[in-house]
Design a protein around this ligand. Structure first.
Ligand code: KG4
Ligand code: ZN
Length: 335
């Protein structure tokens, strides 16, 4: 039995969670509104907001979970990848708390945490894949297809050579003047749009790799050319534009995932990361069960974008293996 406090501060969400083994007792996320007016995350403002948020968030999560600091067996924290200043706040807080409570520290890789989020148990929900499984990890910063052999063995089968899928959708949203982050807005507007109205060039990549920078540029040129003819083009066609760009990105993601499943013969297939909240992607994953005989694993919405619950589950696997780290652990910005 282990009781773990987890801390996530890699980007612009300050989050803390408490887990008893794989059971999630509480998970709190404090978002950061300060970035909205800039249309993207401002690193320096993010670290300052983490500093303000971290104590209240940890306090709230402990109270909700019913645990006292003395009940904790370990502190798990995101060591990277992410924004250096943001990571530093979580890492330093975790170190200080472990030192004062005399309990071990467990470092967690943010990307592995997204993948392992499928193992979180809640009183209402538990649907974990069997090893080995495939995972399409799609977030604002990463796009990869992984073969997951065990909680600590990941093989990268393919990934993006340029932009991440979430970044591409966010940039398309920015071109249309939509608010940041664009992913959820595009998802919502696309529901009322015609996905076949605009043809957006899909990349043709070899092996299991992705590329999204050409798709983004093709979208930019389309909008730019149409705006010359009609200054109200975006306003009049917002829904169709969102549906068309979303279809191109999600279609590209699914094509390679299907190819990876075919090549490996693995039928346990999961999605994880912020873009796994996308309704078209979730729908395609459901269809794939009937089409290809997969068992699809689609995370609950609360575990798609950044959260500490996933850091806690990754931490509890490591805790079980006694994989601790010491106070010399420093954050890393890149994977
Ligand atoms: O995993 P995450 O919270 O942070 C990173 O580790 O990057 O992912 C954030 C990304 C953003 O690009 C955001 O636009 C995207 O996830 N996202 C979505 C949706 N919800 C969040 N993209 C498409 N559809 C959504 N519903
Ligand atoms: Zn993330």
């Amino acid at each position: 039995m282990s009781c773990i406090l987890a801390i996530e501060s890699s980007c612009d969400d300050t989050s803390a969670a408490v887990l008893e083994n794989d059971l999630l007792l509480a998970n709190f996320i404090a978002g950061q509104k300060v970035h909205e007016m800039y249309g993207g995350v401002v690193p320096e403002l993010a670290s300052r907001a983490h500093l303000q948020n971290i104590v209240p968030v940890v306090d709230a999560v402990l109270k909700t979970s019913g645990m006292k600091p003395g009940n904790l067996d370990a502190i798990a924290f995101t060591r990277g990848p992410g924004l250096m200043g943001s990571l530093l706040v979580g890492v330093s807080f975790a170190k200080a708390l472990s030192l004062s409570l005399h309990i071990p520290l467990v470092e967690v890789n943010h990307l592995e945490a997204h993948v392992l989020s499928h193992f979180i148990r809640t009183p209402e929900y538990h649907h974990a894949p069997k090893f080995p499984f495939l995972c399409l990890l799609v977030s604002g910063g990463h796009t990869q297809i992984l073969k997951v052999e065990s909680p600590s063995r990941f093989e990268v089968l393919g990934g993006t050579i340029d932009d991440a899928a979430g970044e591409c959708i966010d940039k398309a949203a920015k071109i249309m003047g939509l608010s940041y982050p664009g992913g959820p807005v595009v998802d919502r507007l696309a529901k009322e749009g015609d996905p076949d109205r605009f043809k957006i060039a899909r990349p043709r990549m070899d092996k299991l790799n992705y590329s999204f920078s050409g798709l983004k540029t093709s979208f930019l040129y389309l909008v730019r050319d149409e705006l010359k003819k009609d200054p109200d083009f975006i306003e009049k066609n917002k829904n169709d534009l969102c549906a068309s760009v979303q279809k191109a990105v999600i279609g590209s993601l699914m094509d390679k995932l299907v190819q990876a499943a075919r090549q490996t013969g693995i039928k346990q297939v999961a999605i994880a990361g912020g873009v796994s909240a996308n309704s078209l992607l979730r729908g395609e994953m459901e269809k794939a069960q009937a089409l290809y005989g997969w068992e699809s694993f689609i995370p609950p919405f609360s575990f798609t974008t950044d959260n500490a619950a996933m850091v806690g589950i990754a931490g509890s696997f490591k805790f079980a293996d006694k994989k601790f780290c010491d106070l010399s652990a420093v954050p890393y910005a890149r994977a």
